[in-house]
Design a protein around this ligand. Structure first.
Ligand code: HEM
Length: 245
C-alpha cells in the first residue's frame, strides 16, 4: 500500500522510510559490510601466511596484534558489529524478496544462476558456524586446551607460540577436513557475493560487469588457495616426515 506523503510529514519519518531500509539502502549495507569482511579476510590471510617465513615471523606478527591491547578489542567489537549488520540486512532483504514472491513456485527455474548463488544463505550460516569453531579452536583455545600452555621466547620475552599451535592443530586429519570444507563454503559465498556486488553498485555495462564478476570470483578462489595452503602443507609435511621415520 502506498502511503500519502502527508501522512509521512505529519507523524515524522517512520524508521521504515529511512534510506537504509529502502531496497537500495539494504543492498548497499550488505555490500559495504561484505567488502569490509573481505578486507578482514584478506588481511588475516596475509598475516597467517607469515607461517611460511618461519616460527619467529608468525609469532612476532601475533604478538604485535596482541600488543594493541584495547585497540584490538575495538577492532574485534567493530568486526562483530559488521558481521551482525551483514546478517541482519541480508535477512531483511530476504524477507522483502519473500513478500514480493508470496507464492512458492512449483518448479524453480535456476537457469542463469549458479549453485553458489542459490545457496547464499545456507553457505553463510555454515561459514558462521565455521568461524565460531575457529574462534573456539585458536582464539579461546578450548578445542585443545594444551594450546594455552604453548609458549616460546621472542626477543627475550615469553610469548604465545602460535606457530606450534598451528602445527599441532593441523596435524589432525579431521581438523584439516573441517577447515578445508569451511574454507570451500566461505569461497562459494564470497565468489557469488563479490560477483553480484557490481550489480548492486549499479554497473550497468554488461561487458564491464562481466569482467568485474570474473575478477570477484578470481579473488575468492585465490583466498581459498592461500588459506588452504596452510593446513594442507602442515598436514602433508607432517605425514611425509612420519613416513620417512
Ligand atoms: C587456514 C585458515 C586460517 C588460519 C590458519 C587462521 C589462524 C588464526 C589464528 C592463529 C588466530 C588466533 C590469533 C591469536 O590469537 O594469536 C585466528 C583468529 C581469528 N581468525 Fe583465523 N585463521 C584462518 C581462517 C580464518 C577465516 C577464514 C576467518 C574468517 C572468515 C578467520 C577469522 C578469525 C577471527 C575473527 C579471529 C579472531 C581474531 C581476534 O579477535 O584476535 N580466520 N586465526
Amino acid at each position: 500500500m502506498i502511503k500519502s506523503s502527508a501522512s509521512l510529514t505529519r507523524s515524522g519519518p517512520h524508521p521504515a522510510h529511512l534510506w537504509i531500509f529502502s531496497s537500495l539502502g539494504k543492498k548497499t549495507i550488505v555490500a559495504v559490510t561484505g567488502i569490509l569482511l573481505v578486507l578482514f579476510v584478506l588481511g588475516h590471510l596475509l598475516g597467517n601466511l607469515t607461517v611460511f617465513i618461519g616460527p619467529e615471523a608468525l609469532n612476532a606478527y601475533a604478538e604485535k596484534l596482541h600488543s594493541l591491547g584495547p585497540i584490538l578489542w575495538v577492532i574485534r567489537l567493530g568486526l562483530l558489529a559488521v558481521v551482525g549488520l551483514h546478517i541482519f540486512f541480508t535477512m531483511l532483504l530476504w524477507k522483502e524478496n519473500q513478500k514480493a514472491r508470496p507464492k512458492k513456485y512449483i518448479a524453480s527455474n535456476p537457469i542463469g544462476t549458479t549453485i553458489f548463488a542459490r545457496t547464499m544463505r545456507l553457505s553463510g550460516l555454515i561459514v558462521l558456524a565455521f568461524v565460531v569453531f575457529h574462534l573456539a579452536h585458536f582464539t579461546v583455545r578450548v578445542v585443545d586446551p594444551s594450546y594455552v600452555t604453548m609458549t616460546t621466547t621472542l626477543d627475550g620475552r615469553q610469548v604465545h607460540d602460535v606457530y606450534s599451535m598451528l602445527v599441532k592443530g593441523f596435524s589432525s586429519v579431521p581438523i584439516v577436513i573441517i577447515y578445508v570444507v569451511g574454507l570451500f563454503l566461505l569461497t562459494s559465498h564470497l565468489s557469488h557475493g563479490l560477483s553480484s556486488l557490481f550489480q548492486t553498485l549499479g554497473i550497468t555495462n554488461l561487458r564491464i560487469r562481466k569482467n568485474y564478476e570474473l575478477a570477484g570470483r578470481l579473488v575468492a578462489w585465490l583466498l581459498f588457495a592461500g588459506y588452504t595452503s596452510i593446513p594442507l602443507s602442515i598436514l602433508l609435511s607432517g605425514l611425509a616426515k612420519g613416513a620417512a621415520q
